[in-house]
Design a binder for this molecule. Structure first.
Ligand SMILES: *Cc1c(COP(=O)(O)O)cnc(C)c1O
Length: 390
């Protein structure tokens, strides 16, 4: 007899509703092609937007640092796990984002939980875009501050809520590039409102840094904003940078506050130093090889043009995240499975990751793709979609 019997109804219900989740087992590196169960697939679901996860320079930096420093960091940053490479990377990321300091975290999820809980508490208030990433929503709830969500990208709605809020610190949280929609937050107007209202602004640019902006400095660069206009900037390293981990960047005082108070920083083992060394190599490629972003922009235009000709329901995104609405979870799964049978991987994104009725195929493009691979995606989509109502 299992102790989990009372939970198994939930599993059955999930299957019926086409919401059951399962995993693929990958048998090789990330790239434009990926191997699963002995078969190659065209890969349109990775977040390795610049194709750096398997780059020889990044691998070499990782191997050299592992030779020098071993694999495990051995302790948390505040004990003796904070290595030379961690420190170098923090300085390089502070420089890259134009801020006095940056602080490494082991994952983006932890960076968000740690930062928001360190900056806010009871008596404070947090305001979040409805479509924020789960880690930001969880961070807001965990902080104990009064929690509210404003309509997606609706700056007027946000301002009304800020005006009505009690005294205490007020923090506005937003994705830079929305992870499941691909659109960008209206950062210029968010900066205006938060500075007018005397609130702090925290931007999680997990999908923007490295890939958007002429030099890869993310949504802040797209809107030509001064670093000081966004008090807390979060970046993750497992997406465009192709490695793992995350950082928070901002003022000297804010970072020192996080070192004292962020529990997901203090009570966890530092990431392996070799990951930090590998990220130093990938940060160099992000800055030096702007052709990767130029090529991505071409692929985005090619995909959007082709998908529009096929009459697909694209969301309005200028980023490598190019979702297509399918409506029901069942239809999203059908398309995703149809593509997989044809050797193309595109993930179906279903509730609760996205609101009910907006299940979608989330196509992600990478600088590692060629134009002919994008054409192949469009051809296979045409085949699979011809069996459904558009
Ligand atoms: C992926 C993601 C995270 C989580 O980052 P991890 O390093 O994968 O934990 C946080 N925020 C956003 C917006 C993300 O897309």
């Amino acid at each position: 007899m299992t102790d989990f019997e009372s939970l198994s109804d939930d599993l059955v219900a999930r299957r019926k509703q086409h919401l059951y989740r399962s995993r693929l087992v990958v048998e090789g590196p990330q790239g434009s092609e990926i191997q699963l169960s002995g078969k190659p697939y065209l890969n349109f679901c990775s977040n390795d937007y610049l194709g750096l996860a398997n780059h020889p320079d990044v691998i070499c930096a990782f191997q050299q640092a592992a030779q020098e420093f071993g694999v495990g960091s051995g302790a948390s940053h505040l004990v003796n796990g904070h290595s030379y490479y961690h420190h170098q990377l923090e300085e390089a990321l502070a420089d890259f984002t134009g801020r006095p300091r940056a602080l490494l975290f082991s994952t983006g999820y932890m960076a968000n939980l740690g930062a928001v809980s360190a900056l806010l508490g009871k008596g404070d208030a947090v305001f979040e875009d409805r479509l924020n990433h789960a880690s930001l929503l969880d961070a807001g709830i965990l902080s104990g501050a009064r929690f509210q969500r404003y309509h997606h990208a609706d700056v007027e709605d946000l301002e009304r809520r800020l005006e009505r809020a009690d005294k205490g610190n007020r923090l506005v949280l937003t994705d830079g590039v929305f992870s499941m929609d691909g659109d960008m937050a209206p950062l210029d107007r968010l900066v205006e409102v938060t500075s007018r209202q005397g609130a702090w602004l925290m931007v999680d640019d997990a999908h923007g840094l490295a890939c958007v902006g002429a030099t890869g400095r993310g949504v802040m660069e797209v809107f030509a904003l001064k670093p000081t206009s966004v008090q807390v900037l979060v970046g993750t390293l497992g997406k465009g940078f192709g490695t793992a981990g995350a950082f928070v960047a901002g003022s000297e005082e804010m970072i020192e506050m996080l070192i004292q108070k962020a529990r997901t920083y203090i009570y966890t083992t530092a990431m392996p130093p070799a990951i930090a060394a590998a990220t130093l190599a990938s940060l160099k490629l992000v800055q030096e090889e702007s052709w990767r972003r130029d090529h991505l922009i071409k692929l985005i235009q090619q995909f959007r043009k082709g998908a529009e000709q096929l009459g697909l329901k694209l969301l309005s995104s200028r980023t490598p995240i190019q979702p297509m609405l399918a409506g029901s979870a069942e239809e999203a799964l059908r398309i995703s499975e149809g593509l997989k049978e044809r050797g193309v991987l595109v993930t179906a994104i279903r509730p609760p990751t996205v609101p009910k009725g907006t299940a979608r195929l989330r196509v992600t493009l990478s600088a590692a793709h060629s134009e002919s691979q994008v054409n192949r995606l469009l051809q296979e989509l045409e085949q699979v979609m011809s069996h459904s109502c558009r």
